[in-house]
Design a protein around this ligand. Structure first.
Ligand SMILES: [Zn+2]
Ligand SMILES: [Zn+2]
Length: 94
């Protein structure tokens, strides 16, 4: 399911801007056995957060899609991750 971009408040930096849908379990993992065993396909497709383009690209730059899907598959986990936390703190001030 493709979600259209929309205006709103970024789940990470909380800025009001154009948001994009981030799959908490990136699509490249959906065929992987480990993920198949641990999640329903529907869940993997729908599990996501709305974030601005900058936060989105930072998430993907700082972590591989496997790491994101396995270790950072919730908003809480993303916000607690050291590099992302640092980025978000910085982004909120700019
Ligand atoms: Zn953001
Ligand atoms: Zn993403």
């Amino acid at each position: 399911m493709i979600k259209k971009n929309k205006e709103g408040c970024c789940a990470l930096c909380e800025k009001n801007t154009t948001l994009t849908f981030h799959h908490l379990i990136p699509k490249s993992n959906h065929k992987n056995k480990w993920f198949r065993k641990n999640f329903e396909l529907k869940e993997m497709r729908e599990k996501g957060i709305m974030v601005c383009r900058k936060c989105h690209s930072f998430i993907h730059k700082s972590h591989s899609e496997k790491e994101l899907g396995k270790n950072l598959n919730s908003l809480e986990k993303l916000l607690e991750e050291r590099q992302i936390k640092k980025y978000v703190d910085w982004a909120k001030k700019h």
